[in-house]
Design a protein around this ligand. Structure first.
Ligand SMILES: [Zn+2]
Length: 205
């Protein structure tokens, strides 16, 4: 979503407008017909900008999932983001730690490249926010990002070849996370596609 006149500004009327258009002017049905959209997941950079506030004000958000890494600056953003979502009454479903550790191809011991997970866990506990999962660092996630293919949609074979044991750990943790989010936010896990192992979430409200 490009906001050309002021791409980096926090306060940006066109960005606000873009969010409104995305929410209310897009026909989310498949090909303009068929069932309505079940679940809309909005992936946002962590922050306390207008987009988060606009979403909180314009729509009833079922839950915010805060994804972080271990770095101090990221954890500071987690604290600020959670406080802001609480101010606009958006429920916090939980938090996910990304790039928590690395599982190398030659052994199965997790390597904590960015330090112990204690800082993240204690922050989550102090904010009374559940930890939904701790994902390992896997190369395929960034490769998939560059190719425009979410890692969860790449095949087990590709994941196994590229990431060995780490790929399987990542997949299992993500599956658990999806299940927890579904039950917390009253979504129904309706099934898995054959071509991938993506979990399909369906709103049961
Ligand atoms: Zn190792």
């Amino acid at each position: 979503m490009a906001c050309r006149p002021c791409p980096w500004a926090i306060s940006c009327p066109s960005l606000d407008q873009a969010v409104q258009q995305l929410l209310f002017d897009v026909d989310w049905r498949d090909g303009g017909e068929g069932p309505r959209l079940d679940v809309l997941i909005v992936d946002m950079p962590l922050g306390t900008g207008d987009v988060q506030l606009t979403l909180g004000q314009l729509v009833a958000v079922d839950g915010a999932v805060i994804v972080s890494t271990l770095q101090d600056v990221a954890l500071t953003d987690v604290r600020r983001g959670i406080s802001m979502f609480r101010k606009v009454s958006v429920p916090i479903t939980g938090t996910i730690l990304n790039q928590s550790y690395f599982v190398c191809p030659s052994c199965v011991t997790p390597h904590y490249l960015f330090g112990s997970l204690a800082a993240f866990r204690s922050l989550a506990a102090s904010l009374d926010v559940p930890v939904l999962g701790e994902l390992p660092l896997v190369k395929g996630v960034s490769v998939g990002g560059d190719n425009g293919v979410p890692y969860v949609l790449t095949s087990r074979k590709e994941q196994g070849e590229g990431d060995s044991a780490g790929g399987a750990v990542w997949r299992n943790v993500m599956q658990e996370i999806a299940g927890t989010i579904a039950s917390t936010d009253n979504l129904q896990v309706t099934g898995k596609t054959d071509s991938s192992h993506a979990t399909v979430l369906k709103c049961d409200k």
